[in-house]
Design a binder for this molecule. Structure first.
Ligand code: AMP
Length: 397
């Protein structure tokens, strides 16, 4: 058995792998795309070099994983079975509060949680089964997007619906991006040199998917995503919050359930508002060249985010910092400044110069006065690897 840690993240038509050494140094990063088509390939990044591996036609996750692992072994990126394999699993329902070693009982429970995430959990399970057959003796750990938010109090996770919706069907706020929010908590605690259990923050994960979380003394107390990852902030192609009356309205207009679902998940958000792109970097460029719809998309994005940051304050008794992370949060001074401008009354103020260089000369800090504001790059794969290691330590105690 080698000293390598492997992280596997299976999406609907893609597959990401990351290889870490025992001391958490990233050795390689693999992205396989267009699975299930005649054009699927994997790009492998290692020590600044990129290689492309053509995958067999119409590869499913199992075939793609087998081909990628064979290649990693040939290239000596993997030498022997990994020490542990961490799998990103989207939905752990109320069953999983922490990363968990996978046995048949755990796999069955992940399958049952698939009712809440039908697009995600079944493919996550395909990845797990594929790795179990490739490495039957290696511990496989499931790391759940929802687990970090299992500390939400009743008043934050209950929807104001008839009780039976929760009791019979599990309809409640679960929250997602837990791995990223937990990593941000860890990093802020390190920066402040405080134990995690004393750190309170608002974490804004802004990537293609976006969510905020209120973390009080190291525990998640509220978050913007809900039963599904559709609720809350404006995202790349997802609407975030809309009036629930919209469903009725659109159905009366003749739209089917499938087309409404497609609209809200794939055709809305920054893409829907701008009519152009879901990519924030392109939107900023378009807005700078006078495109009004692009400017409005950015405005709506920042305003909704500011509203949610305000709402997260209701769950905190003190605040060590507001943290921006994810592709947009880490890289867009425009979004950070515009959002924080709405929050003056709550005591937030950005320092323009520090914001422009992403806090790089100030240990990530970008506030002028008032509450701390930070830019901290997230590392979901590194966090999954760490959590997987911690889980095997726990299971061997
Ligand atoms: P992620 O899902 O975390 O990779 O984030 C993807 C999002 O980050 C996309 O909307 C990108 O346009 C955005 N992004 C990446 N770099 C920048 C940048 N320099 N300025 C604005 N947005 C960026």
């Amino acid at each position: 058995m080698s000293d390598t840690l492997l992280v596997v993240n299976c999406g609907s038509s893609s597959l990401k792998l990351a290889v870490f050494s025992r001391d958490m140094q990233r050795q390689a990063q693999i992205l396989a795309e267009r699975l299930g088509t005649s054009d699927s390939s994997a790009s492998i990044e290692r020590k600044g070099q990129r290689q492309t591996l053509q995958l067999p036609d119409n590869s499913d996750h199992q075939q793609a994983l087998t081909a990628v692992i064979e290649h990693l072994e040939q290239e000596a990126i993997l030498e022997g079975a990994p020490l542990v394999i961490g799998h990103r699993v989207v939905h752990g329902g109320e069953t999983f509060r922490e990363a968990t070693r996978i046995d048949q009982h755990v796999a069955d429970a992940i399958h049952r949680c698939g009712e809440l995430a039908p697009l995600h959990n079944p493919v996550n399970l395909n990845g797990i089964r594929a790795m179990q057959s490739l490495y039957p003796d290696t511990p496989q750990i499931a790391v759940f997007d929802t687990a970090f938010h299992q500390t939400l109090p009743d008043h934050a996770y209950l929807y104001a619906l008839p009780r039976r919706c929760y009791q019979d069907w599990g309809v409640r706020r679960y929250g997602f991006h837990g791995t990223s929010h937990a990593y941000i908590l860890r990093e802020l605690a390190k920066k402040l040199d405080k134990p995690r259990s004393n750190v309170s923050l608002i974490s804004a994960h802004l990537g293609n998917g976006c969510s905020v979380a209120a973390i009080e003394n190291g525990q998640s107390r509220d978050t913007s995503m809900g039963l599904t990852p559709l609720e809350g902030l404006v995202m790349g192609t997802r609407s975030g919050d809309v009036d629930p009356g919209l469903f009725d309205f659109l159905q009366r207009k003749g739209l089917s359930q499938d087309s409404i679902s497609r609209m809200l998940n794939q055709e809305s958000g920054l893409l829907g508002l701008s009519g152009k792109t879901n990519d924030m970097r392109s939107l900023v460029q378009a807005a700078d060249s006078g495109n009004r719809a692009a400017q409005e998309a950015i405005d709506v994005f920042c305003f909704r985010l500011a509203r949610y940051i305000g709402a997260m304050m209701a769950s905190l008794s003190h605040l060590d910092g507001l943290v921006f992370t994810g592709g947009i949060g880490e890289n867009s001074p425009r979004v950070r400044a515009k959002t924080v401008r709405h929050l003056r009354l709550l005591g937030f103020e950005v320092d323009d110069a520090k914001n422009e260089n992403h806090g790089q000369d100030n240990n990530g800090s970008i506030n002028a006065a008032g509450h701390g504001i930070y830019v901290i790059p997230t590392d979901e794969e590194g966090m999954i690897a760490r959590e997987a290691l911690e889980a095997i330590d726990r299971s061997s105690d």
